[in-house]
Ligand binder design. Structure first.
Ligand code: ADP
Ligand code: ASP
Ligand code: MG
Length: 405
């Protein structure tokens, strides 16, 4: 008897036929006594379409109303999936995030799961149901509906798997596993048999969209093995877990990731005195704008001022601009420059520490391709370069070829 959470992404549930195919596959694989929770995303590109619909009303972000709108996508999927199971003779029940006991922080558009009370899920499972839960959503302590950030259905699935102590959380998607790079960019990328939570988290944070970073964090916290695999084939996918085999530990580099959702902001001529960096970043934080790379440089020629460059998600540029307009009124700055056509390319691998050749190799490839590096940042297990968006696919292909071919 197994307890399994299976998550199906948007492309997997894009049409009623695809939903029926999932029902058939789940029922074929189900052993008597197995308990199964299905987490689903909105059908196809529904979430993008709802975002576009809101843009026809306003260019501003009304957080609460946006979440009210976006969560409707997943609600359509759960109802249809539960009906499809029932049509096939299987007892099933659908739950929204709130009904599934998913409590989040108050941050609209990027709620964090604070608590998950799985009693209702467990009762329904004990009653012989397949339980179908809406991904990507939860509810605050005040009863407001929230979303968990784009790609958040992964996090719903892993959080439920953790809360009900599932044997495994299976993430069904349109690729058959985690690859050494996005196979849409690098067609000869290689599928990994397994990868550690740490390396997968770094890949995901640096743009490998196959898993939401918080889902990987959640898997690590509750020690739930995550199996990323294809909806459209029976092949084994990639297992994300704590410890990988010795053979895999020998890799210096595990993957190459990229992220185009990047904007660079430079604030020129800030007073070079204590407290000014704090003012800027505290106000950005208050508006929930996540700052990523930060570089501050003191100008030698002109004393008394400094320049700060930082990057944020391009999708948060409107909020950042509001904050910066406020800052200009508070204290003098020379200028604020914004470049919203930036991207990051990164190499990830737990084995790279103590191998300076990796950084040199990456920078050499970019130099050979004539790609200028604007900012470099490193962690224990990754190196990231900020470059122009127009060059990022070329950079990913060339860096991947350098390390893997
Ligand atoms: P879903 O809708 O099922 O959640 P996503 O589009 O969010 O699917 O994630 C799957 C996509 O992630 C793939 O189609 C692939 O293009 C992309 N991707 C990015 N990096 C990787 C990687 N390293 N390995 C596999 N897929 C990746
Ligand atoms: N439907 C949401 C999105 O497109 C959540 C998800 O698919 O994971 O981001
Ligand atoms: Mg996804």
């Amino acid at each position: 008897m197994a307890l399994i959470v299976k998550k199906f992404g948007g492309s997997s549930v894009a049409t009623p036929d695809k939903m029926r195919a999932i029902v058939q596959r789940v029922l074929k694989g189900k052993q008597p006594g197995d308990k199964i929770v299905i987490v689903v995303s909105a059908m196809g590109d529904t979430t993008d379409e709802l975002v576009a619909l809101a843009k026809q009303i306003t260019s501003k972000t009304y957080g609460r109303e946006m979440d009210m709108l976006l969560t409707t996508g997943e609600q359509v999927s759960i109802a249809l999936m539960a009906m499809a199971f029932q049509e096939a003779g299987q007892k099933a029940i659908s739950f929204t995030g709130a009904q599934a006991g998913i409590k989040t922080s108050d941050a609209f558009n990027k709620g964090r799961i604070l608590e998950l009370e799985p009693d209702r899920i467990m009762e329904a499972l004990d009653d012989g149901n397949i339980v179908v839960v809406a991904g990507f959503q939860g509810i605050t302590g005040h009863g407001d509906i929230t979303t968990l950030g784009r790609g958040g259905s992964d996090t719903t699935a892993v959080a439920i798997a953790g809360a009900i102590h599932a044997d495994v959380c299976e993430i069904y998607t349109d690729v058959d596993g985690v690859y050494t790079s996005d196979p849409r960019i690098v067609p000869n990328a290689k599928k990994m048999k397994e990868i550690t939570y740490g390396e997968m988290l770094e890949m995901a944070k640096l743009g490998a969209g196959v898993m939401q970073p918080r889902a990987v964090e959640m898997g690590s916290r509750f020690n739930v093995p995550i199996h990323v695999r294809s909806t459209f084939s029976e092949d084994e996918g990639t297992i994300i877990k704590e410890d990988c085999s010795m053979e895999l530990k020998q890799y210096l580099i595990r993957g190459v990731a990229s992220d185009k959702n990047v904007a660079k902001i430079t604030v020129l001529g800030i007073p070079n005195k204590p407290g000014y960096a704090y003012k800027i970043f505290a106000e950005l934080a208050e508006k929930h704008v996540d700052v990523d790379m930060i570089v501050q440089s003191v100008r030698i020629a002109k004393e008394g001022v400094t320049d700060i460059t930082f990057t944020i998600a391009r999708t948060e540029l409107a909020e950042a601009k509001d904050v910066l307009a406020g800052i200009r009124k508070e204290f003098p700055v020379e200028d604020i420059l914004i470049d919203d056509k930036m991207a990051k390319v990164s190499v990830v691998g737990a084995g790279m520490a103590g191998h300076p050749g990796i950084a040199a190799g990456m920078f050499g490839v970019l130099g050979d391709k004539g790609i200028n590096i604007e900012i470099i940042s490193t962690s224990e297990i990754s190196i990231t370069c900020l470059i122009g968006e127009e060059s990022v696919d070329t950079a990913v292909k060339a860096i991947h070829a350098h390390f893997f071919d």
